[in-house]
Design a protein around this ligand. Structure first.
Ligand code: PRT
Ligand code: ZN
Length: 299
């Protein structure tokens, strides 16, 4: 197949999204040659090639039609969009779907000794961030005026260096904030990884592969949390057990051989099954409980 006929997806070369992005593509059935340390991987069993780049470059690569698709954080997408609209231009990429990884939030954090009494406390202050446009929108939406100090990194040390009074940065566990004597006070944006695509119409064959890939991504995301659960229980406990099974629609109920009124219950749970759930199931009369991972699912 000619190169122009092959889909190209940009993913982060080395960072927080790399492993999950590659894992997703592999779960979608992609087999590729070459290691991920190189710039590009070629799909062996699908007309899909993977380009490894810095995450900040992904929206531009899709916009410039170098890549048809990209996986990047909503934080990067939003900042890019807002920066473009501030310049009066329209982004040349579309958000297709949010992913179930790369979760984090863009938050405002203040030094431990900052007397924070709600949002008005940040008015007139200097806020360090690498997301000036997203922060500006937040300030606008909350009718606040503050000085935005745009940095290219190491935002968390800005207050200690006297460059800012507070910060607006990405947070996941919050341990970086506490290590820097900062505390999170409000969320500006909830983020996770997302798939973007070029708005340019693709030739039929490519468009068809995009459609297939999206269906597979859907399937992968659905099974990630899903579990297949099997157990035995007295028929009288059926109702209670059904209520305990997280996110399952209609379980299969199979009568068991032998005396007594026991049944086997099989169900797909679309949420993770925790030990607490198993303990509750047991308390409700379940025995021989098995929880199995689901490998593939096609609705
Ligand atoms: O080199 P390149 O430019 O590609 O990488 P990068 O350094 O810009 O990005 P990277 O790998 O740090 O993050 C890529 C994307 O992962 C981000 O754009 C977010 O969409 C997402 N993400 C998820 C995060 C975090 N979680 C996260 N915790 N990005 C950054 N962080 C930072 C956070 O700001 C803090 O400094 O990680 C540090 C640890 O966070 P805590 O809260 O767990 O301590
Ligand atoms: Zn980056």
């Amino acid at each position: 197949m000619e190169r122009k006929q092959r889909l190209r997806i940009a993913i982060q070369k080395s960072g927080r999204l790399t492993e999950d992005s590659l894992d997703l593509l592999q779960r979608c059935g992609l087999k590729y040659s070459r290691g991920k340390d190189q710039l590009m991987c070629y799909g062996e069993n699908m007309p899909l090639d993977v380009l490894f780049v810095r995450d900040d470059d992904i929206p531009d690569l899709v916009q410039e039609d170098v890549c048809d698709l990209g996986i990047v954080g909503i934080n990067v997408i939003d900042e890019k969009r807002l920066a473009m609209s501030a310049r009066g231009t329209e982004p040349g990429f579309e958000l297709v779907q949010r992913m179930d990884f790369g979760r984090c939030r863009l938050s405002i954090a203040v030094p431990d000794d900052f007397a924070y009494k709600g949002l008005p406390s940040i008015a007139g202050r200097r806020i360090a961030t690498t997301y000036p446009n997203t922060l500006a929108r937040f300030l606008r939406e909350n009718s606040l005026e503050a000085e935005i100090v745009t940095l290219s990194g190491a935002v968390e040390i800005a207050p200690r260096l006297g460059r800012a009074d507070l910060i607006c940065d990405l947070v996941s566990t919050g341990s970086t904030l506490s290590a820097n004597h900062l505390r999170e006070v409000t969320t500006v944006l909830e983020s996770e990884a997302a798939l973007i695509r070029t708005p340019v119409p693709l030739p039929d064959e490519k468009a068809d592969w995009v459609r297939r890939l999206l269906l597979r991504i859907d399937g992968v995301q659905q099974v990630r949390e899903s579990k297949y659960i099997m157990l035995h229980a007295p028929r009288s406990a059926l109702e209670e057990i059904r209520k305990l099974l997280p996110g399952s629609e209609s379980p299969t109920v199979i009568p068991l051989e032998g005396p007594g009124n026991k049944v086997a219950i099989h169900a797909v749970c679309r949420e993770n099954v925790f030990w607490e759930t198993l303990e509750s199931l047991k308390a409700a009369g379940a025995s021989a409980v098995l929880v199995l991972p689901v490998e593939k699912m096609l609705a």
